[in-house]
Write a protein that binds this ligand. Structure first.
Ligand code: 13P
Length: 147
């Protein structure tokens, strides 16, 4: 299995979901390098270690203090293979600009980003990660001309 760098980020009202998802996928996640925003990382690390998994994790600042921005910069540098970002869509966040930046940079740089658990499950079970013949098509920023 190819070793990936996976970003895990969750807003406060989605952290229970993130921890549950991470524990469910503890064996899978223990094969990869995790990069997390501060509080998400602390909770995920503790929960994963309680399962007995050995975790390789880098914790950035907390989201509102720049953690999303730090991870967005890693996306720009092609240092992130996959992001799981559980967003609280029912409440405003003080760092909305940073959230949008992380989402936008994933789109610009063609980095898969799952914003719900179902997407995350589909992405981590994809066989394409280990298919060396698969080359992701980069987004084309060009006007579509009819005929
Ligand atoms: O705010 C976040 C993402 O936008 C997450 O930050 P924390 O993991 O530090 O709570």
């Amino acid at each position: 299995m190819k070793r990936l760098t996976i970003a895990l980020v969750a807003h406060d009202n989605r952290k229970a979901d993130m921890v549950e998802w991470a524990v469910h996928n503890a064996t899978y996640l223990s094969h990869h390098h995790l990069v997390c925003t501060g509080t998400t990382g602390g909770l995920v690390k503790k929960a994963l270690e309680e399962t007995g998994a050995i975790i390789d994790m880098t914790r950035m600042h907390s989201g509102p203090l720049g953690g999303d921005a730090e991870i967005a910069a890693m996306v720009v540098r092609k240092e992130i293979d996959l992001a799981v970002f559980l967003i609280d869509d029912l409440n405003p966040q003080p760092h909305e600009a940073d959230i949008q930046m992380l989402l936008r940079q994933c789109r610009v740089h063609n980095v898969p980003i799952a914003c719900n658990r179902y997407s995350a499950d589909l992405m981590i079970t994809s066989s394409l990660w280990d298919d060396d013949s698969y080359v992701p098509t980069e987004p084309k920023y060009e006007y579509f001309k009819r005929e």
